[in-house]
Write a protein that binds this ligand. Structure first.
Ligand code: NDP
Length: 333
């Protein structure tokens, strides 16, 4: 059994020395426990926060801890009455080939209802984040201009489409021409800005969002957010979903930025964590599932093969290597 442990706290951009691959025997499940074989493992930007020695909404890892991730896996041995060999489950498991865990910590998933990988993406945490983050934290009205940063990622690409379904004009920021084509051609949003090729984001917004910005769904922070804040309209709604541009910073370069613009606009800026909506997850999964089934919502996944490549897949999030949800495929279902 191969398993990654957290070998070193990074400073700034993490290197590969943060991850150490151990090999040990496949563990046996104890009473009411289950042995799970990892099929898909999710790498997520918030994991960078767990590498810091600082309390946050996700508990920090200690050096030597096994790295954890949302996993889809197959039960290979079970001492838990409600799960049997061959069942597919999801849970917070090790970055490993196999994990033993309490049966109570696992949730069954149905491979006949949707492809297994989607339970970590469009029908999983990122899909729910897009759904509640947009519709509850920054509710769009038909005709609104909605700007999305990190638009071609797992959360962002879903937000763009839900905003279009709500009759909005949608503008996305993303970091490559391939992503711009994906957003404009495949997802059909109104305009996309390649921020790596654009010198002045405010001028770019003047062109594609001439009526200003009513809703801003922020996945990244930094200079993109500074520019969007200067274009907000009265009563604008802003959802602060993520700030990936700052996750590798050792200190945030200035205090809260561009807030003088917010005051006279009576804008609402709303931070949220998707788990706030746990009592309503069923509703989101159902709606997202219906939209996928009827073609209103599409999704892309970037699948890296092999547990040994999980660190690269994680680090690639900060380089923009993924379109849609970044997954690691550890073994065939
Ligand atoms: P993504 O699939 O969007 O992957 C991250 C993307 O961020 C990359 O592909 C890259 O795309 C972009 N990016 C990386 N660095 C920068 C930078 N410096 N400036 C601008 N863009 C950058 O990840 P997720 O969809 O999983 O997550 C999106 C955001 O939402 C993250 O910030 C995450 O932490 C947050 N999140 C928050 C949740 C909550 O409950 N609040 C829940 C889930 C996610 P590009 O090529 O465009 O640069």
């Amino acid at each position: 059994n191969r398993r990654y442990v957290f070998a070193k706290r990074p400073e700034g951009v993490p290197g590969k020395d943060v991850f150490e691959l151990e090999e040990n025997a496949v563990p046996d499940p104890g009473e009411r426990q289950v042995l799970v074989r990892t099929v898909y493992l999710s790498v997520d930007p918030y994991m960078r926060g767990r590498m810091r020695d600082r309390e946050s909404y996700a508990e920090p890892w200690d050096v030597g801890d096994p790295l954890k991730a949302a996993v889809i896996g197959r039960v290979v041995d079970s001492n838990y009455e409600r799960l049997s060999e061959g069942d597919y489950v999801t849970g917070e498991l090790d970055w490993a080939d196999y994990t033993v865990t309490d049966g109570d910590d696992l949730h069954p998933v149905d491979p006949d209802l949707a492809p297994l990988s989607t339970y970590l993406g469009i029908l999983g945490m990122p899909g729910r984040t897009a759904y509640f983050g947009l519709l509850e934290e920054a509710p769009p009205k038909p005709g609104d201009t909605v700007v999305v940063s990190g638009a071609a990622g797992a959360v962002g690409s879903t937000v763009c489409q839900i905003a279009s379904l709500n009759g909005c004009r949608v503008v996305g920021f993303a970091g490559s021409d391939t992503k711009i084509d994906y957003l404009e051609e495949d997802l059909g949003i109104d305009a996309a800005i390649n921020y790596k090729e654009t010198e002045n984001y405010r001028d770019a917004l003047d062109t594609v969002a001439p009526d200003g910005v009513d809703v801003y769904f922020d996945n990244v922070g930094g200079p993109i957010t500074d520019a969007v804040f200067t274009k907000l309209n009265t009563d604008a709604r802003v959802a602060i979903c993520g700030q990936i541009a700052h996750y590798n910073d050792e200190s945030v370069p200035t205090g809260p930025r561009k807030l003088p613009q917010i005051l006279p606009l009576r804008a609402t800026v709303s931070g949220f964590i998707v788990s706030d909506y746990a009592p309503r997850f069923q509703e989101a999964t159902q709606r997202l599932g219906e939209w996928v089934a009827n073609g209103d919502l599409t999704y892309r996944e970037t699948v890296t093969e092999g547990l040994e490549n999980a660190p690269d897949a994680f680090l690639g999030l900060f380089e923009g290597e993924n379109i849609g949800k970044q997954l690691v495929k550890v073994t065939d279902p």
